[in-house]
Ligand binder design. Structure first.
Ligand code: RFL
Ligand code: PHB
Length: 398
């Protein structure tokens, strides 16, 4: 006999409780629109997953306006610029002087913790550790999300719309019929070895370092915890990277006249991150809307991924508000084209930062071009302003 599913009904079914799904649910709730969020991982896993660290000016504003900015304001580190380091010297890009804006360094997992806490406090529907997730009926007016809970019981969520916020490896993108999506992709021949360490900051702001041995990035999480990355091979074996080697390599990639002092500490996490640029077009089909990493990936060099996810769902929430307010579908119909304009700008910026800063094998001409570009970017006001306005974030779409 076929098992009878437990049936729930909502306006917007959200697949995935990363930044895209959680921010969307929050924005919808603030507009009086119901949603149910389902997530395959546990709450603890989502709250501990170490990822992004830089929040654009607009992302910070959106979180604050929606009542989840209190801890970020207290614990987030407001940065007034970044350093580009090359040929043995650091060069400051001053964001307030160039754009009037700042950025905030606050871990993505802290944002996720704050969002989950707000959902729980509001009694919102947020289901962790679900399995076997399927999306059906997106071509009709009643799409359905099916899943199994931890005990194996089958559930069905009948929705008006489905938001696919399940990241690059999720199932939402594949729910769109074959032949509809066009994929644009670039895979880079290098990766980042990232560490989290209990040590003092290398500098008051982030340092993006170009070096003949490869790129390095010196970021932060708090006054006592730092996040740092080394360019490495995509198939790099972490077993070959004992802590002493990591510290030695980070220090070498900082070398030069004004080399900041790197104080080693306990490395509490290590991982390798692949680098990829990826966009699907369109970002919607029928009643399914893709948002965040489910629709696009940027290499992390421009610090854009999480910010793009938030920008997508800001557009989607506004479009759904118009639909439920007065039946107007124009903004929903334009969702993909509205988002893709910003997405491609961020793709361009992330690709450009990546190309300018990473070592490419056996390309001495390319290295000279990188140095000329870095020299130009740090000495021309027009060029540094262009970098700064992209880094702090283009205005959220209105
Ligand atoms: P996420 O965060 O991947 O969340 C997707 C969620 O969906 C769940 N899921 C499913 N749920 C239900 N059913 C299924 N079938 C499911 N399949 C998956 C997953 O468990 C997960 O919880 O996507 P989202 O929300 O679109 O957010 C995107 C951001 O996470 C990502 O773009 C950023 O982390 C990228 N990124 C950075 N972005 C920035 O804006 N600034 C940065 O400084 C920055 N640095 C980075 C980064 C990403 C990095 N890594 C590890 C890729 C640095 C690194 C090293
Ligand atoms: C981080 O702090 O994890 C981080 C900062 C800047 C980037 C990427 C990652 O460009």
């Amino acid at each position: 006999m076929e098992e009878k599913p437990q049936v729930a009904r909502t306006q917007v079914g959200i697949v995935g409780a990363g930044p895209a799904g959680l921010v969307l649910a929050l924005l919808l709730r603030r507009r009086g629109i119901e949603s149910i969020v389902i997530e395959t991982r546990s709450r603890a896993y989502c709250e501990q997953r170490i990822r992004a660290g830089v929040l654009e000016h607009g992302t910070v504003g959106l979180l604050e306006e929606n009542g989840v900015g209190e801890r970020m304001r207290r614990e987030g580190l407001v940065h007034h610029g970044i350093y580009l380091r090359f040929a043995g010297r650091s060069h400051h890009i001053d964001f307030p002087a160039l754009t009037g804006k700042t950025i905030t360094v606050y871990g993505q997992h802290e944002v996720v913790k704050d969002l989950i806490a707000a959902h729980v406090a509001d009694g919102a529907a947020l289901h962790f550790e679900v399995g076997d997730v399927r999306i059906e009926g997106i071509d009709g007016e009643r799409p359905v999300i099916r899943y199994r809970d931890g005990s194996g019981a089958e559930h069905e969520v009948a929705c008006d719309f489905v938001a696919g916020c399940d990241g690059f490896h999720g199932i939402s993108r594949d729910a769109i019929p074959a032949g509809v999506l066009r994929i644009y992709e670039r895979v880079y021949p290098f990766a980042w070895l990232g560490i989290l360490s209990e040590s003092p900051p290398v500098c008051e702001e982030l340092i993006y370092a170009h070096h003949a041995r490869g790129f390095a990035l010196f970021s932060q999480r708090s006054p006592a915890v730092q996040r740092m990355y080394l360019q490495c091979a995509p198939d790099e074996d972490l077993g070959e990277w004992p802590d002493e080697r990591i510290w030695r390599e980070l220090q070498r990639r900082l070398e030069g006249d004004d080399a900041p002092n790197l104080v080693p500490g306990a490395i509490v996490q290590k991982g390798v991150t692949a680098m990829r640029s990826f966009v699907v077009e369109p970002m919607q089909h029928g009643r399914l809307f893709l948002a965040g990493d489910a629709a696009h990936i940027v290499p992390p060099t421009g610090a854009k991924g999480m910010n793009l996810a938030v920008a997508d769902v800001a557009v989607l929430a506004r479009a759904l508000e118009a639909f439920y307010g007065n039946g107007d579908t124009a903004a929903l119909d334009a969702y993909s084209s509205t988002c893709l304009q910003r997405v491609w700008r961020a793709e361009r910026f992330s690709w450009w930062m990546t190309s300018m800063l990473h070592r490419m094998d056996a390309d001495p001409f390319g290295e000279r071009l990188q140095l000329a570009e870095l020299d130009y970017v740090t000495s021309s006001r027009a060029a540094s302003q262009s970098l700064a306005e992209n880094y702090v974030g283009l205005p959220l779409p209105v």
